[in-house]
Design a protein around this ligand. Structure first.
Ligand SMILES: [Fe+2]
Length: 294
C-alpha cells in the first residue's frame, strides 16, 4: 500500500525564484530563509518520495476572477510551468500521476466534495518554487505530482474547517491506494502578508506562531478562525494558510514536527518553512526500542 511519509510547508513568494535564478541564496538577505531548507533536503534524500501531492493556490494562470473553482484537482499526464509575469525562469514540465489523481478524485466525490477536475492544468510559482527549494538544480527523475488548487483569492473562500476536511479526505484516499508509492505532501503559501491597500506590508508574528505551534499537534485549532478572520489576522494573502491546513489534513491524525524556520521579511511576507513527518515519531521510536529489548 502507498504510504504518506511527510509534509513540507513553505512560503512561495515569487522573489524566491528570482534569488534562486541569480544564485543569491547565500546573500545576508536570503540566507536565513534558505537555511530552513537544509533539514528538508536531508530528509528528502532519505525519504525518496515517488509522488508529491501539492496543495497551493493558482495566481491567475489557470483560473481568473471570472471562473474560480473552490477546489480543483489535477488529472493531467503533465503540468507545464509558466511564468505569470514575474520574469521567473520556466522549469521543465512536471510529470503527473493520472491513475492516482483519478483515485483521489473518485474518493473525494464519494465523500461529497464537489471539486473541479482538470485534465489540463498549468502550474505557477506556487508549485515550481517549493520544488526548486527542495531539490536545487532539478527534482528527482520519475517524481510525479498531483496538484490540488484551493481558492484563496476570490471571496467567498472555503472555510479552514472545509480545507482540513478536504485534506483528510485526500489523505484517506492516498492510504487506500494499492501502489507501493511513498508520498510527500506539500502545502505552499503564506504566512502572514498583505500586498495591497492601507495594510500593505502587514505581518502578524503572533498568528504565524500560533499556526506553526499547532500545525502538527492540533490542526483543528487552526479552524477556530473563519477565512475572513484569517484575512484580518494574517492579511489578504495570508489566507494561503488554507493550503497548509489542507496539506496537514492529508498527513493523517498524527504528525511530528521535524524542523521549522521563520524569517521576516522575504519581500512583504513572513516566510516560513516546516517539515512534518507523518505519524508519531516518539511512539515509533519507543516501539522500535521495545522491540530491541524484547
Ligand atoms: Fe501566493
Amino acid at each position: 500500500m502507498a504510504k504518506v511519509v511527510g509534509g513540507i510547508f513553505t512560503s512561495h513568494v515569487p522573489a524566491i525564484g528570482g534569488a534562486i535564478a541569480r544564485k543569491r541564496e547565500g546573500d545576508p538577505y536570503w540566507k536565513p530563509f534558505f537555511d530552513g531548507f537544509v533539514p528538508v533536503r536531508r530528509w528528502l534524500e532519505a525519504a525518496k518520495p515517488d509522488v508529491a501531492i501539492v496543495f497551493s493556490n493558482d495566481h491567475g494562470l489557470n483560473f481568473f476572477l471570472d471562473t474560480m473553482p473552490t477546489f480543483a484537482v489535477g488529472a493531467a499526464s503533465e503540468y507545464r510551468n509558466e511564468d505569470e509575469g514575474w520574469g521567473l525562469p520556466v522549469y521543465s514540465a512536471f510529470s503527473g500521476d493520472q491513475a492516482l489523481s483519478w483515485h483521489v478524485i473518485e474518493h473525494l466525490v464519494r465523500d461529497e466534495f464537489d471539486i473541479a477536475t482538470c485534465q489540463r492544468m498549468l502550474v505557477d510559482h506556487a508549485v515550481s518554487i517549493p520544488f526548486e527549494l527542495c531539490w536545487p538544480g532539478g527534482r528527482p527523475q520519475g517524481l510525479r505530482i498531483v496538484p490540488i488548487a484551493i481558492n484563496t483569492v476570490q471571496h467567498p473562500l472555503p472555510s479552514p474547517k472545509r480545507c482540513l476536511a478536504l485534506g483528510r479526505a485526500v489523505g484517506a484516499a492516498l492510504r487506500t491506494w494499492e501502489g507501493p508509492e511513498k508520498i510527500v505532501v506539500f502545502g505552499t503559501g503564506g504566512l502572514s502578508h498583505q500586498l495591497e491597500g492601507e495594510r500593505a506590508g502587514f505581518i502578524n508574528r503572533d498568528y504565524d506562531r500560533f499556526c506553526m505551534d499547532y500545525l502538527a499537534s492540533d490542526p483543528d485549532a487552526l479552524t477556530r478562525h473563519s477565512a475572513l478572520d484569517i484575512v484580518e489576522l494574517a492579511g489578504s494573502q495570508g489566507v494561503e494558510i488554507l493550503n497548509w491546513i489542507a496539506a496537514r489534513g492529508a498527513l493523517g491524525d498524527c504528525a511530528t514536527e521535524l524542523s521549522r524556520n521563520y524569517h521576516i521579511p522575504i519581500s512583504n511576507t513572513a516566510a516560513a518553512t516546516m517539515l512534518l513527518e507523518a505519524g508519531d515519531a516518539v511512539a515509533t521510536a519507543r516501539a522500535v526500542s521495545l522491540e530491541a529489548v524484547v
